[in-house]
Design a protein around this ligand. Structure first.
Ligand code: A2P
Length: 409
């Protein structure tokens, strides 16, 4: 079982790894012979750990090992970066599914080495891990086509690295990528996304699903069979490059609404993406007493992203207290039996939505709304808001509801 290092393969020395919870709460003081990275412990850190839990204890740790349990789970890359940002200077080891193509990126994220098993070392011997720009990449071999020519990123774009990809169904997937230090946006806005596979790459609008404070960027996308961008975007893997134009914009932002007691977020399908950003932003809870996320999809599997989102918001150290008590989630399906069936529109019209949640019907005095879905869905939900007396707003004219199309790549 070798250790891959920038100098080549090395044998793995025996180390006793301890779980995180056996470490003392505060590390030893730094003194002669005790400094960052020379502490006594070697720690196994799960890839969903909060690195802030370790801050203050770095001096007690000389080696942190982070698992990569599956090929499409790149959470360890973001975790490594955060540990380095927080000041960890000891050894950092990735263990498991890191392939040679990702080695350069792993080092960039702050890893020193990768622990692989003997089978992996046989499939990808030492030479594969050495930088060799002319070689066809492992991903390209998997895709069965020649490596695309390397095109420089156009001047008005950022070239970012994919860190995680999750496929929910054969129609929906989510990915995270690195965020440029200079990139600013308001929660709920969208950017133009493309792939670096042409001199003039094709860009499509994507709502940013992560909140403005997050140090990574998240997107939730549909896979359109034969779609000009999503047909290829759905094949990205951690370590790949995604292009992003430098400017974010959009109307589904807190600034475009006047203050109110309750914010309804009406979404169908991937229209939930901008709301995934807003429900994780503390500003949303400062402006509204209650947030009601209403999501309709064809099937239960398509609702899963929203279920995970709401669970994550309620557990989040930044907004968990607010989301725990003030974020309501109302999910319905239209083409598969589930506890709540029917389109959003039908459940608003019948009053079932309000009855189920114990809330009064839409009222312009107390309620604000954001709508994101297909053109037909927007038209229908907008008509319901207007019938209830709500007025459409915009960035330069805040009012009671705003709309934006869920983008399709
Ligand atoms: P339906 O199954 O009745 O078409 P899609 O997957 O096609 O993007 O649709 C996402 C969800 O939005 C589906 O559950 C779909 O219901 C629903 N939907 C489609 N059109 C409308 C509309 N005009 N108003 C409300 N919901 C809609």
């Amino acid at each position: 079982m070798p250790l891959v290092t920038p100098r080549g393969f090395a044998p793995i020395e025996p180390v006793d790894f301890v779980p995180l919870d056996t470490l003392p709460a505060v590390g030893p003081r730094v003194g002669p012979g005790v400094g960052p990275g020379v502490g006594p412990a070697a720690v196994d850190l799960p890839n969903d750990a909060d690195p802030r839990a370790l801050a203050g204890r770095f001096d007690a740790i000389r080696l942190i090992r982070i698992p990569f349990p599956k090929a499409d789970d790149g959470r360890g890359f973001s975790l490594a970066r955060r540990l380095r940002d927080l000041g960890y200077r000891g050894r950092l080891r990735a263990q498991g599914h890191v392939i040679s193509d990702q080695f350069r990126y792993a080092l960039d994220c702050g890893f020193d080495e990768v622990e692989i098993d003997d089978g992996h070392a046989q499939r990808q011997p030492e030479a594969h891990w050495r930088s060799d720009a002319g070689r066809r990449s492992y991903r390209d071999k998997l895709r069965g086509r020649a490596a695309p020519a390397a095109f420089p990123a156009p001047a008005d774009t950022h070239a970012e690295t994919v860190t995680e990809v999750t496929h929910y169904t054969d129609r929906l997937f989510r990915f995270r990528m690195t965020r440029p230090a200079t990139f600013r946006f308001r929660s709920g806005e969208f950017v133009m996304i493309g792939l670096p596979d042409a001199k003039k790459p094709l860009f499509r609008a994507y709502s940013i699903a992560s909140p403005a404070w997050d140090d990574g960027l998240e997107f939730f996308s549909i896979k359109v069979p034969g779609g000009p961008l999503t047909e290829r975007l759905q094949r990205i893997r951690p370590g790949d490059t995604v292009l992003m134009k430098k400017k974010a914009t959009g109307t589904l932002v807190n600034d475009a609404l006047t203050p109110g007691q309750r914010l309804y977020l009406f979404a169908t399908g991937t229209g939930i993406a901008p709301f995934a950003s807003l429900v994780r932003d503390p500003e949303t809870y400062e402006k509204f007493g209650q947030v009601v996320l209403v999501h309709t999809c064809r099937t239960t599997a398509e609702l899963q992203y929203g279920v995970e989102l709401v669970a994550a918001a309620k557990a989040d150290p930044l907004v968990g207290d607010e989301a725990g008590t003030r974020l309501l989630h109302y999910a319905t399906t239209t083409r598969e039996a589930s506890p709540r069936m029917g389109r959003i529109t039908a459940r608003v019209e019948s009053g079932a939505l309000f009855r189920d949640l114990g809330l009064p019907r839409l009222d312009p005095v107390t309620d604000r709304a954001m709508i994101c879905g297909s053109i037909a869905m927007i038209k229908d939900v907008k008509a319901l808001c207007e019938a209830a007396g709500l007025t459409e707003g915009a960035n330069n004219r805040p009012a009671e509801f705003v709309v934006e199309r869920a983008f399709v790549g």
